[in-house]
Ligand binder design. Structure first.
Ligand code: G3P
Length: 217
């Protein structure tokens, strides 16, 4: 499963990219607004800092505006993926971008039928919002499993990008449910290796080794 970082914070993204384990980045309008600065400049810098796909969302809600904005965003770097909302205009734009070889991420997916429609429109990625479904009393991870089954049944190449991921358990369950990718807030990504027994074990190994008086080099 590919791991993306859900952030528009260049500083945080650069630090995480240094791990060599960041497969891509997702941004949304809320993250960009929170970040401030000039969106197109920030996007260009993020695209240079990370090799994988970088999702950048359009601001328009009508087809013509989505096309104009998406083309502008896609021209910034080869790794830009145009992010579009799951609406009729959004799926129409998804089809047009697919015809031009421009990758898309269809966002705000809350049902398996929405995901089916996005795949039919030729979306490169579909973003089901796991955490927000859980927030409303649903089971976000069941949606990932349902989409996986539908895409496999019909051979859709659209990648399932589990979004609104909040916990390490979400990451594990998304992997078990067959998500192709998951996008994580930076703090969650940073904490993926943390376990008290790993830390305690390492401390003990280091103490025992230093007590032996030996060196490797
Ligand atoms: O990628 C979508 C994500 O940014 C939404 O996450 O936690 O605001 O539901 P959240």
């Amino acid at each position: 499963m590919k791991l993306f970082v859900d952030s528009a914070d260049l500083h945080e993204l650069r630090a995480l990219a240094d791990t060599g384990l960041v497969d891509g980045v997702t941004t949304n309008r809320s993250l960009i607004a929170k970040q401030g600065g000039v969106f197109l400049d920030t996007l260009a810098a993020i695209c240079a800092a990370v090799e994988g796909p970088v999702s950048a969302e359009v601001a328009s809600t009508a087809y013509a505006g989505m096309m104009a904005e998406g083309e502008r965003l896609a021209a910034i770097a080869a790794n830009v993926v145009v992010k579009l909302p799951l609406t009729w205009d959004g799926l129409k734009a998804t089809q047009s971008f697919a015809g031009r070889g421009i990758r898309t991420n269809v966002t705000l997916c809350f049902t398996a039928v929405q995901a089916l429609m996005a795949a039919k429109a030729g979306a490169t990625f579909i973003s089901p919002f796991v955490g927000r479904i859980d927030d409303h009393g649903g089971r976000g991870m069941e949606l990932i499993a349902d989409i996986r089954a539908i895409y496999d049944q019909y051979g859709f190449p659209t990648e399932i990008l589990a979004a609104s991921i909040r916990t390490e358990t979400h990451v594990k369950d998304a992997a078990l449910a067959g998500a192709d990718c998951a996008t994580l807030p930076p703090k969650l990504f940073q904490g993926l290796l943390t376990h008290p027994l790993t830390e305690r074990g390492l401390r003990q190994f280091l103490d025992d080794w230093s007590g032996s008086g030996q060196t490797i080099l």
